[in-house]
Design a binder for this molecule. Structure first.
Ligand SMILES: C[S@@+](CC[C@H](N)C(=O)[O-])C[C@H]1O[C@@H](n2cnc3c(N)ncnc32)[C@H](O)[C@@H]1O
Length: 266
């Protein structure tokens, strides 16, 4: 590990806004603040919003600045990335921010029923090969349901046509309420949804959607459209995977089997 990373990790141990619970820790001891984030950390009764796969936490910090009466928690397994957002939040004295370093697969170990109001997924890896690793798969949605309020909002902002299409099919198949959807956020294009009367974002929402993350900036520089949707996740009803073949993102590596000309995946 580089010296820079080691220094960041050592410094992060002293950060009051970072909780580090990788598998090696959470497999041995229960998280003591499950159900108690507001009482024991934020010291208020404000709603809690998560950013999953937050990287450097641009959304966690940006949203916290815009909404001081909401509590934001960024979650990622990579400590060196979390460091950037956590440090910024401390410097700006944003007391409505926390970061959790863990694997999102165990996310339901950290929050109690109805403890979270909304979830943001920002430029998540599309995981074209493994549906169970996709952060919008039924595998993960069933975990989110354990702590998200009934009909809580899930926001997905992505460069990936694959992940966006997959999630759209999943939402349709399960009749989840779509609140807003655009395939080209910065062109203000509202896709086929206009006919379904999705509301246009107001100025504040536009400002929020204008926050650009580290990965987002790179994808924009490569000329990709940024896509965004938000949908509601009801707590009840069985969720099923869509049975569709989806065109792979051609700009990402997919580790195709030798001699395979695979262009789609489920
Ligand atoms: C492509 S990056 C996007 C980071 C950031 N949201 C951005 O837009 O710049 C995906 C992030 O998700 C994190 N991640 C992916 N799968 C994860 C998992 N199962 N548990 C925790 N973090 C995960 C990675 O560590 C990485 O920081």
């Amino acid at each position: 590990m580089s010296k820079g990373k080691l220094q960041k990790f050592a410094e992060m141990e002293t950060f009051s806004n970072v909780f580090q619970y990788p598998f090696s820790v959470i497999s041995k001891e229960a998280f003591p603040m499950k159900g108690l984030w507001n009482d024991n950390y934020f010291h208020n009764a404000n709603p809690i919003v998560l950013e999953l796969g937050c990287g450097k936490g641009e959304y966690t910090v940006g949203l916290a600045r815009a909404y001081p009466d909401v509590n934001f928690i960024g979650v990622d397994i990579k400590g060196a990335r979390i460091y950037t957002g956590a440090r910024q939040a401390l410097e700006e004295q944003l007391d409505n921010v926390a970061f959790l370093r863990t694997n999102i697969e165990f996310i339901d170990n950290f929050f109690a029923k109805d403890e979270v109001r909304e979830i943001w997924l920002t430029f998540s890896d599309p995981q074209m090969k493994n549906v169970h690793k996709r952060l919008t798969s039924t595998f993960f949605l069933n975990r989110y349901r354990k702590f998200l309020i009934d009909n809580g909002l899930v926001h997905l902002k992505t460069d990936s046509g694959f992940l966006f299409t997959y999630t759209t099919y999943l939402i349709e198949k399960n009749h989840l309420p779509m609140v807003f959807r655009t395939e080209n956020l910065y062109a203000n294009e509202i896709t086929s949804n206009e006919s379904q009367n999705y509301s246009m974002p107001d100025d504040k929402t536009r400002e929020i959607l204008g926050i650009r993350t580290y990965y987002e900036t790179q994808w924009i520089e490569r000329g990709l459209n940024i896509k965004y949707m938000k949908f509601r996740l009801p707590s009840s009803g069985t969720l099923v995977e869509p049975e569709v073949e989806i065109e792979l993102d051609d700009y990402r590596s997919y580790k195709r089997p030798k001699r395979s000309e695979l262009l789609t995946s489920k």
